[in-house]
Ligand binder design. Structure first.
Ligand code: NAD
Length: 475
């Protein structure tokens, strides 16, 4: 199998180590990329540093034009990118296509956002003229997970490039293929060679080398809490800013006055989308006692009706990313059998149509104690834990009762309660009678507590890649 090189200074770069990429729908190796180490990462950072001064001086309208062109090229290649994303991650084909669409949108959105992103003047006194301007960080590092590779890469790369930074991207070793394609499209769009570098490889090699490199002025990390801590320490050592987009254990809180016809499909999708391997997955269902039986029965029906299969057959639920991740989900199903009520699922699906893919049944677990690991740990699979509450205050306590605070959904027809819940839930996003806003490129996103710090997406996302400079002219 051909070894896929890194993309550095607009050219392919090989290294003497490699990593296999496995298609989770088949369990077979589908590609091999280089495993970059300190030497390759250093070349990438140097090439970005070389490209950055002139990219920064390029007129904003021209930077925006290039980013819009990149957006158009992604739209042109949408089918190819969507399929590749689907194959390497195992996500259903329709979701892969949707991810490609949202990826294109990021470059378009930040092209527009940066064109209206200005500093201010400050009326200090009669003898000074004071103004602020936004400055780029220089070279930014982007460490990306495997679950939404193209989208997550682009939600930080697009604003960074728009602000006049140049980037070095370290994609996840499990799913680096679309990042390499995006790097090539960036060149075709007219970004200077060296503005968009991609260094595939393992976290401990390529990721650690990128984090440690002295030429990096800002790091965007999306991934696990455990690795987030390592990155935060490394950034603290070098005193550079870092955005941490980490895990979640997000609740859907359903009150007895909710419209269940509207709620059920959205709640089910919030946990089955991408086989539950979504940071913002609605992985806890908190239900008011009066409607418990009806809601659990309806969700169970939907879980049983969900199709499971290879990504390109476009099922409801594709495989998990690795066999190891499937074993983790099955270990939680075993825990559920001991200490809660397994309503449906909980088994691996092997052989026959499933071949050697990493499939598991959608799993619904009831009677979960709020302090159980089933309610506390991010499982990252099609696995929903149900807990019952009585009062609104109990619902708030349960919703806030984990170490995470990324997203929450509230289902009620009482407008006062809706506002109280949005106010009381400690979380980066709170949705009422809705969940996820279809990707929401425009909506600031990020965590409270162990879900991380800093915000990406929306106009807020641009600020993360800018530093404010204050200029004072004595008159
Ligand atoms: P991970 O932390 O294992 O890996 C993420 C990235 O970090 C990968 O590219 C990996 O190679 C790299 N990495 C690993 N060790 C490293 C090190 N020592 N130094 C530098 N880089 C290193 O996470 P994952 O398993 O790929 O992704 C799943 C996790 O990501 C879940 O916890 C999920 O909730 C989280 N996530 C969060 C968001 C969000 O926006 N908040 C979005 C998607 C995923």
């Amino acid at each position: 199998m051909q070894l896929l090189p890194a993309l550095v200074a607009g050219k392919p770069l090989l290294s003497d180590r490699s990593v296999e990429v496995t298609n989770p729908s088949t369990g077979q190796v589908m590609a091999v990329t280089v495993d970059c180490g300190p030497a390759e990462v250093a070349l990438a950072v140097e090439s970005a540093a070389e490209a950055q001064p002139s990219w920064r001086r390029t007129a904003v309208a021209e930077r925006a034009r290039v980013l819009r062109r990149l957006s158009q090229l992604i739209e042109r290649d949408m089918e190819e990118l969507g399929r590749l994303e689907s194959e390497q991650t195992g996500k259903p084909l329709a979701q892969g296509r949707r991810d490609a669409e949202l990826t294109a949108r990021y470059y378009d959105f930040y092209a527009s956002a940066v064109e209206t992103f200005y500093g201010t003047t400050i009326p200090l006194n009669d003898s000074s003229f004071v103004f602020t301007s936004y400055e780029p960080h220089g070279v930014t590092g982007h460490i990306v997970p495997w679950n939404y590779p193209m989208q997550i890469l682009s939600r930080s790369v697009a604003p960074s490039l728009a602000m006049g930074n140049c980037v070095v991207v370290k994609p996840a070793e499990e799913a680096p293929l679309t990042a390499l394609r995006l790097g090539q499209l960036a060149l075709e769009a007219g970004l200077p060679a060296g503005a968009f570098n991609v260094v595939p490889g393992m976290g401990e090699t390529a990721g650690a080398a990128l984090t440690a490199h002295k030429g990096i002025g800002h790091i965007s990390f999306t991934g696990s809490v455990e690795v987030g801590r390592i990155i935060a320490h490394a950034a603290a050592e070098r005193l550079i800013p870092v955005t941490l987009e980490l895990g979640g254990k997000s609740p859907n809180v359903v009150f007895a006055d909710a419209d269940l016809d509207r709620a059920v499909p959205i709640i089910v999708n919030s946990i089955l989308q991408n086989a539950g391997q979504t940071c913002s997955a609605g992985s806890r269902l908190l239900v008011q006692r009066e409607i418990h039986d009806e809601l659990v029965a309806r969700v169970a029906d939907a879980f049983r009706a969900a199709t499971v299969g290879p990504a390109l057959s476009d099922p409801t639920v594709g495989p998990l990313i690795t066999d190891e991740q499937r074993e983790r989900v099955l270990s939680f199903a075993a825990l559920a059998r001991q200490e809660a009520t397994l309503v449906c699922g909980g088994e691996a699906l092997r052989g026959g149509d499933y071949g050697d893919g990493f499939f598991v049944q959608p799993t619904l677990v009831d009677d979960v104690a709020p302090d159980s690991r089933l309610a506390q740990d991010e499982i990252f699979g099609p696995f929903l834990a149900v807990t019952t509450f009585g009062t609104e205050q109990e619902a708030v306590t349960m919703a806030n009762g984990t170490d995470f605070g990324l997203v929450a959904g509230v289902w009620t027809s009482d407008v006062g309660r809706a506002h109280r819940m949005v106010r009381e839930i400690v979380s980066g996003q709170v949705f009422v009678n809705s969940y996820g806003a279809s990707g929401g490129v425009e909506l600031p996103f990020g965590g409270f507590k162990n879900s991380g710090y800093g915000r990406e997406k929306g106009a807020e996302g641009l600020r993360g890649f800018a530093q404010v400079k204050t200029g004072v002219i004595g008159l």
